[in-house]
Design a protein. Structure first.
Ligand SMILES: [Zn+2]
Length: 73
C-alpha cells in the first residue's frame, strides 16, 4: 500500500505487519498466568484488540505505528 514516508519524504510502497501488544500477563510464565492471558483476551474481544498495526517502508525500512481506534486504550 502507498503511504507517505517521512524519511524518504515521498509516498512509497509500504508493507503492513501486525505485532502483538505486550500484556502484563506475558511476564507470568505459570499455567495460571497463561490461562489468565487467554481469558483476558477473550473478554477484550479476541487477539486483534491486542495488536499493533505497523507499516514498513519498502524503500528505507522505516517502521511506523499505524493503529486505528483503540490506540491509547
Ligand atoms: Zn522510506
Amino acid at each position: 500500500m502507498i503511504r507517505y514516508c517521512k524519511r524518504c519524504k515521498a509516498p512509497t510502497e509500504h508493507k503492513e505487519s501486525l505485532v502483538r501488544k505486550p500484556s502484563s500477563y506475558d511476564r507470568d510464565k505459570s499455567i495460571a498466568g497463561r490461562c489468565m492471558l487467554l481469558i483476558h483476551e477473550f473478554i477484550n474481544g479476541g487477539h486483534y484488540y491486542n495488536m499493533n498495526r505497523y507499516v514498513t517502508c519498502t524503500i528505507c525500512g522505516k517502521k511506523v505505528l499505524e493503529n486505528m481506534g483503540n490506540e491509547f486504550e
